[in-house]
Design a protein around this ligand. Structure first.
Ligand code: GLU
Length: 487
């Protein structure tokens, strides 16, 4: 097999999206699997929409996901530069070749003339396209246009009557008619190449073996193949991966929630979880297992298990996976991640030096078991570590009105005050002893205690929570709950 060289080639016109991140990941996985190279190239020829801040966002998001590149922007390599706007001389050389071989020509049509032509075709029920009015201009005609101050674009002469087959590694053979294509622009009037032209020169010069990208580029591929043929260059293999849909079946968009990697990062998703989740958007390994590290993904990945059908973005699955990763992560790390959220919510002082780390780590060690994303920590703190207990609805109140409750609470307070040390094991034993001494079933003891301590009928284990809250806070809380329940 030829060396695998793949690239991720984002246009820096917005943040790194989930779809782009998935393309980057699939490229990365293929490269790593075959000891190949993963290249990052910036396609910044859309001057109006491109911005350095977006480039930075994209690169930072890739690094955060752990998708480091072997060659490309910022890291360099043999085939640079890796920003298209720094490669204009290279494109010029190839434009010249195509002009000289008669495969491209200058077109002087104005936008009004082009619109008129499209209108005429539409009226006849035909596909609007450029019919080649400037294909065979005489020298005099050209000179006249230039004298009129018209600025030419350069168009590629599309051979007529040809079938172009894209032999796609995901979609199989897809056939296109060259007649439907029309002579397309390869260099705009300001001398900047269009996407279809720049992309093939770069892929060829960077020796790209496989182009893995979103399905939306499938319709560009016949144009790119025609350009390769005209330049006598062997095209790379193509693999177009399916769209990502929201759960309602429409294309994933802002309407469905966060779409950029930076937003997920900000909400406290872990990169390992996001990578795992993205890998399963359109690819699946054999078997039922769903949790994979990046190394395991590299081991298992293959393009022939990439699905043709669209992938559905299921946020609940991401939340589940993220929760699994959060529970596996060192508590200190989650605590560090939690700090900015808790500072923002007022649960922690803004001054880091004033944070009681030992206490925080204890609190997080309980919360960790219940979080889907780190930002949920503020909610958890508000619910379980707040100053006040708020009884949640009638169900909670009714539990506290059961007749055994005063007895249970009195014994709990007494035993808690005597407990030493107040740790998980000790609390477990103490709770058990309450049921024994009062000769009550667990439910009659644990549920009222839970409600009295937390205001809720569900939540963390009491033997986890009580040591974190501490004796004094527990007693204050149960007393305030009883008052609220009218006991
Ligand atoms: N710059 C293109 C994009 O962001 C890349 C397409 C390709 O991979 O060829 O959509």
């Amino acid at each position: 097999m030829q060396q695998v060289r793949v690239r991720f080639a984002p246009s820096p016109t917005g943040p790194l999206h989930i779809g782009g991140a998935r393309s980057a990941l699939f490229n990365y996985l293929l490269a790593k699997k075959h000891d190949g190279k993963f290249i990052v190239r910036i396609e910044d020829t859309d001057r109006e929409r491109s911005g350095r801040e977006w480039e930075e966002n994209i690169l930072e998001s890739l690094r955060w996901l752990g998708l480091e590149w072997d060659e490309g922007v910022e890291v360099g390599g043999e085939h640079g530069p890796y920003r298209q706007m720094e490669r204009l001389d290279i494109y010029r050389e190839y434009t010249q070749k195509l002009l000289e071989s008669g495969r491209a020509y200058r077109c002087y049509c104005t936008s009004e003339e082009l619109e008129e032509e499209r209108e005429r075709l539409r009226a006849k029920g035909e596909l609007p396209r450029y019919l080649g009015r400037c294909r065979n201009l005489t020298k005099e005609q050209e000179e006249e246009y230039i004298a009129q101050g018209r600025k030419p674009v350069i168009r590629f002469k599309v051979p007529q009557g040809e079938k172009i087959i894209v032999d796609d590694l995901v979609r199989g053979k897809v056939s296109f008619d060259s007649d439907g294509v029309g002579d397309f622009i390869i260099v705009k009037s300001d001398g900047i190449p269009t996407y279809n032209f720049a992309v093939i020169i770069d892929d060829a010069l960077m020796k790209i073996s496989h182009v893995i990208r979103g399905e939306e580029h499938l319709s560009n591929t016949p144009r790119q193949i025609l350009l390769y043929q005209a330049l006598g260059i062997e095209p790379p293999r193509f693999a177009h991966i399916s769209l990502i849909l929201g759960k309602d079946g429409s294309k994933m968009s802002k309407r469905h929630g966060a779409t950029s990697v930076a937003q997920y990062r900000q909400q406290g998703y872990l990169p390992e979880a996001l990578v795992n989740f993205l890998a399963l958007l359109g690819w699946s390994p054999e078997g039922e297992e769903e949790k994979f590290s990046l190394d395991e993904l590299i081991e298992l990945f293959s393009l022939d298990r990439v699905a043709k059908k669209p992938a559905v973005f299921d946020i609940e699955k991401l939340n589940w996976l993220n929760g699994v990763y959060i529970r596996q992560t060192d508590v200190e790390k989650i605590a560090r991640m939690a700090v900015p959220y808790l500072q923002e919510s007022g649960h922690l002082p803004k001054d880091e030096a004033a944070i009681d780390w030992e206490k925080l780590v204890k609190q997080v060690s309980v919360a960790q078991n219940y979080l889907s994303k780190v930002s949920d920590i503020t909610d958890f703190f508000a619910q379980f570590y707040g100053e006040q207990v708020v009884l949640e609805g009638d169900a909670a109140r009714e539990v506290l009105q059961q007749e055994q409750v005063p007895q249970v609470i009195a014994l709990f307070k007494q035993k808690l005050q005597d407990l030493d040390p107040v740790d998980s094991e000790g609390v477990k034993k103490m709770l058990k002893s309450i049921t024994k001494e009062l000769k009550l079933g667990g439910k009659k003891v644990f549920l009222p205690l839970r409600v009295a301590l937390t205001g809720k009928t569900k939540g963390p284990e009491l033997h986890d929570l009580i040591p974190v809250l501490g004796v004094e806070a527990c007693i204050k809380r149960v007393e305030s709950s009883l008052v609220q329940a009218g006991k």
